[in-house]
Each structure stands twice: as structure tokens, then as C-alpha cells.
Design a binder for this molecule. Structure first.
Ligand code: 8YV
Length: 293
């Protein structure tokens, strides 16, 4: 990036306002999925032409403001799908088999005092997938190898998919043993996994979230986890991350990740390349490889 562009690093600026006053000539923003770009930031950059997002989710980018300002937006779809699906399966297994708690048992020396408690099995269970887009489909593909029964919730039935579709998240949660959330965040998606969905999942059910913290009613989730109203949760995303609610760290029935589903060397390299390819295409006047708008 340094060779092709004059870079200004907003996250290093001690005084954001002073930094932005000095950015009148900035034509592009490169940002991360969870940071996005606000309408105010776009307005502060009068020559802004494009926002290139290092991530597939653009819920933190003010797309209305971008549209109004004639600003293009790109993201990095496709290249991270398989990694996020891997993490969904990893979190599902880790949560149901209590891998991290069992490991702590071994490390602590308590094994000699007694074997670890029995856990729950993934294979052969009922898997509910909330959101059957690219990532949801990749989760289903992997899960088929575990002989699970699969059903999903989505607004539309993707063509050629035989799995049972539920019209509501509550019905899917009531049916399944583990609910994996791969829905995209954005307007209208806030807290759609609410207290009713969590109650429907019930004391034997597990929740896995690899999409966005805003999708889940987090206070309701913490409450139900604390009173064992669901069996456990595997979470890669949180409200207010990276400063997450400290109550999560006190729970034994959760496995927590630092929003790291796409965090492999290979995928991050491909995501970075796609950001550079979109910027290069824009400034060369060529079609954008992966436009959002
Ligand atoms: C992050 C993501 O963008 O793709 C997304 O939507 O949330 C992630 O891949 C990644 O952590 C880089 O910030």
C-alpha cells in the first residue's frame, strides 16, 4: 500500500478532529468490517470516492451516506467463507464437547482427582442454521460430514437446497440442538436472536454466533446463560467488541473468540489483496471486482 498510495493512519492520530482537518485531499478509505465508516467520517472527507472494506460485512458502513455522496463501497466476499464456516464448526464442537473447560481441567492437575464431566455430542444432532447465504451453506456442507440433521431460517429458500426451511427463528430454535448464526448484520437485524429465540432453544440447546454481536440480544443471552436456560454458547462476535461485557468471562458454559473467524494467514492475505484490487481498479477507471455499491 505504501508504494501505491500516500497513507494517513487514522487509528494512530492522537487528535481525530485535527487529523481529519488535514485530510481534505483523501480519496479513499480502507477500513475493517467491524470498524466500518460513519456518515460523519465520509462527510469530513470532501474528495472521498471509495470505501474499501477489509471484510464481507458492511453493516458498520453508512451505505445511505455513501449512496448520497456518490461514494463507491467494496467488500471482500468469497475469500473468507470457508474460514468462517470452519470457525462455526470449531466453536460448535468446542462448546458442546467443552474442549476449553476440559483442557483447563487437565492443565490444573485436577484430572488426578477425578475424570471430567460428561459432555454433549455434535454428530447426529439437529443443526439449525440462521442465514443460508454463502457462509451458512459452507457450514451445512461441513456439518453433513457429522451426519447431523440440518434445517435453516432465511427469508428466501436458496435454489436447489433440500434442507427444511423454518419461517421463524423461534421455530428453528425450538427444533434444533445447536443454532449457528451466520446472518448478515445491518439495519433491521438488531437483536433478531432475542429472548424468545433463546428460550425456544432451551436448557439443552447451544448457540453459536460467527456473524455480528448486534444480531443477538446480548443482555438476554447473558441472562439465560447465567441461569442455564440454554446449555452453552460459542461466540466470535460481541456488542462493543473488543471491550466485551465482563460477565462473559465469568461463565463456564461459553467458548469465546476475539472476532477471529477470518483470521488465518491465508484468508487475511486474500482479503488484503482484494482491498488492493478494488482500489487499483477504481483509480484505473476499471470495473470494481467486488462492489457493494
Ligand atoms: C473482519 C468480518 O472484517 O468479514 C467480516 O465481515 O467481520 C471480519 O472478517 C475482520 O476481522 C477484519 O477486521
Amino acid at each position: 500500500m505504501d508504494e501505491a498510495y500516500r497513507l494517513r493512519r487514522l487509528w494512530e492520530a492522537p487528535d481525530r478532529d485535527a487529523f481529519l482537518r488535514d485530510c481534505a485531499d483523501v480519496r479513499a478509505i480502507a477500513t475493517r468490517g467491524e470498524l466500518g465508516a460513519s456518515g460523519a467520517l465520509m462527510k469530513a472527507l470532501p474528495r472521498l470516492e471509495i470505501v474499501a472494506c477489509y471484510g464481507v460485512g458492511t453493516d458498520a458502513i453508512d451505505l445511505e451516506a455513501a449512496r448520497a455522496g456518490g461514494i463507491r463501497v467494496t467488500n471482500t466476499p468469497g475469500v473468507l467463507t470457508e474460514d468462517v464456516a470452519d470457525m462455526a464448526i470449531a466453536l460448535t464442537l468446542a462448546t458442546m464437547r467443552r474442549v476449553t473447560a476440559a483442557e483447563a481441567h487437565v492443565r490444573s492437575g485436577r484430572w488426578a482427582d477425578g475424570t471430567f464431566e460428561l459432555v454433549r455430542r455434535f454428530h447426529g444432532c439437529k443443526l439449525g442454521i440462521a442465514g443460508y447465504g454463502r457462509i451458512g451453506a459452507a457450514v451445512a456442507k461441513r456439518a453433513a460430514g457429522f451426519d447431523v440433521e440440518i434445517a435453516y431460517f432465511d427469508k428466501v429458500a436458496p435454489p436447489g437446497i433440500d434442507h427444511r426451511r423454518f419461517d421463524t427463528l423461534v421455530d428453528l430454535a425450538a427444533w434444533c440442538d445447536v443454532l449457528v448464526v451466520t446472518l448478515a448484520g445491518g439495519p433491521g437485524m438488531g437483536r433478531i436472536v432475542d429472548a424468545r429465540v433463546l428460550e425456544a432453544l432451551g436448557p439443552e440447546g447451544f448457540l453459536v454466533n460467527v456473524s455480528r454481536g448486534m444480531i443477538v440480544d446480548e443482555p438476554a443471552l447473558l441472562d439465560i446463560l447465567e441461569r442455564r436456560g440454554i446449555a452453552g454458547a460459542g461466540l466470535d462476535v460481541f456488542l462493543g467488541e473488543p471491550r466485551i461485557d465482563p460477565r462473559f468471562a465469568t461463565l463456564e458454559n461459553v467458548v469465546l473468540q476475539p472476532h477471529h473467524s477470518s483470521g488465518t494467514v491465508e484468508t487475511r492475505r486474500a482479503m488484503g489483496q482484494l482491498v488492493r484490487d478494488n482500489l487499483a481498479a477504481h483509480f484505473a477507471g476499471l470495473p470494481l471486482p467486488t462492489p457493494v455499491i
